[in-house]
Design a protein around this ligand. Structure first.
Ligand SMILES: Cc1ncc(COP(=O)(O)O)c(C=O)c1O
Length: 363
């Protein structure tokens, strides 16, 4: 079975096996991780290693903090605005699809939000060219969604801006190398490449830690959380994230998985482009390497495609509700064989339907 879900998504079997083996009794301490006080030495060891491994993986510069918070990226659409718009209410947003639109709608409650560029009129099929962005040089920040999970569009290059760049990296965090120093703040829900949903990673440059509004709840005040642990962390999720980070380090780090991810994705886009039976409407230069969205030329066959795929062990290929069609997610845990199996299936499905329509035409 291969699970192409966009999230919560497939985790590496080795990670799940370790969690299974350690579930009742972590390293002989007589407790499950789920039962440990978060102030215990045992949990402290788990949490410290998780932070260290993450910081190593992303090469975290010294003037940044990484935080393991809760709420999911959707909550942080509001929370980041509350944390960053306390002194200056103006922010730029680049609208590139479903998730950046959600981020804009939430932030609007807390400040003056300028949509500096949008591809909405074109059905979110590309990233607006940088020279067309109408940026406010005095904005508190500019927000982008590096990868639009629902629309299959991705920034291939992270822009260099004069104001702090804030990025929702939920669906491509740890799938490709990112120079953290280009960002003022990054945040990601965990359920794609990190672990259980609910856990949210926030990475913030230290000079942005004093911009919060008074109304921000203490547990979501990035500055307070950077100084000290405010509330009970989502302990089991932090443990799972830690297992994922050490798995990723064992794979050779982000550089290695990025190479693998590129190979998988190139094969799939090639299979789509080489067969008229399928098509991808996203501008080739902006196509996502994490979520490959495409359609069948005859959309009436989409349900048959999805049902047959499931029978062949290819799960969760249905596109996001806002867009429909097919979506194959290419996260770190998806092996090359999964994509090869999908491509084989697509070729067989297309050939069998081409044969059926040929027979109908002859008859
Ligand atoms: C890019 C992006 N941002 C935000 C979210 C929302 O995440 P959550 O539901 O964990 O809050 C998602 C969910 O898939 C996403 O893909």
């Amino acid at each position: 079975m291969y699970n192409f879900s966009a999230g919560p998504a497939q985790l590496p079997p080795e990670v799940l096996m370790t969690a299974k083996d350690e579930f009742l009794d972590w390293h002989g301490c007589g407790m499950s991780v789920m039962e440990m006080p978060f102030t215990s030495d045992e949990f402290n060891e788990i949490s410290t290693k998780a932070y260290q491994d993450l910081n190593t993986l992303i090469n975290l510069p010294e003037n940044y903090h990484s935080l393991f918070l809760q709420g999911g990226a959707y909550a942080h659409f509001s929370l980041l605005a509350m944390n960053l718009l306390g002194k200056n209410p103006n922010a730029d947003y680049i609208q590139t699809g479903h998730w950046s639109t959600r981020a804009i709608n939430e932030a609007k409650r807390y400040g003056h939000i300028n949509i500096a560029a949008s591809s909405e009129q074109d059905g979110f099929n590309h990233i607006p060219a940088y020279h067309q962005w109408k940026l406010d040089p005095n904005a508190a920040y500019c927000h982008i969604t590096t990868n639009e999970t629902a629309n299959g569009v991705q920034f291939q290059k992270i822009p260099d801006l004069d104001v702090p760049l804030v990025a929702d990296v939920t669906s491509d965090f740890l799938t490709r190398e990112m120079d953290i120093s280009k960002f003022g703040l990054l945040y990601a829900s965990a359920q794609k490449n990190i672990g259980p949903s609910g856990l949210t990673i926030v990475i913030i440059r230290d000079d942005l830690l004093d911009q919060a509004m008074d109304i921000v709840p203490a547990v979501f005040n990035y500055s307070r959380q950077a100084k000290t642990r405010v509330n009970t962390p989502s302990t089991y999720s932090v443990y799972m994230a830690g297992l994922m980070f050490s798995w990723l380090l064992k794979q050779g780090g982000i550089e290695k998985v990025e190479q693998q991810n590129s190979i998988k994705v190139q094969r799939l886009y090639q299979a789509i482009d080489n067969d008229d039976f399928y098509h991808c409407t996203v501008n080739p230069a902006d196509r996502s390497k994490a979520n490959i969205c495409f359609e069948l030329s005859n959309p009436d066959l989409s349900d048959d495609f999805l049902n047959d795929a499931k029978e062949n062990g290819l799960l969760n290929l249905k596109g996001h509700g806002v867009r429909g069609g097919i979506r194959a997610s290419n996260y770190n845990a998806m092996p090359l064989e999964g994509f090869d199996a999908l491509i084989d299936f697509m070729q067989t499905f297309s050939a069998s339907h081409a044969m059926t329509s040929l027979k109908k035409n002859i008859a």
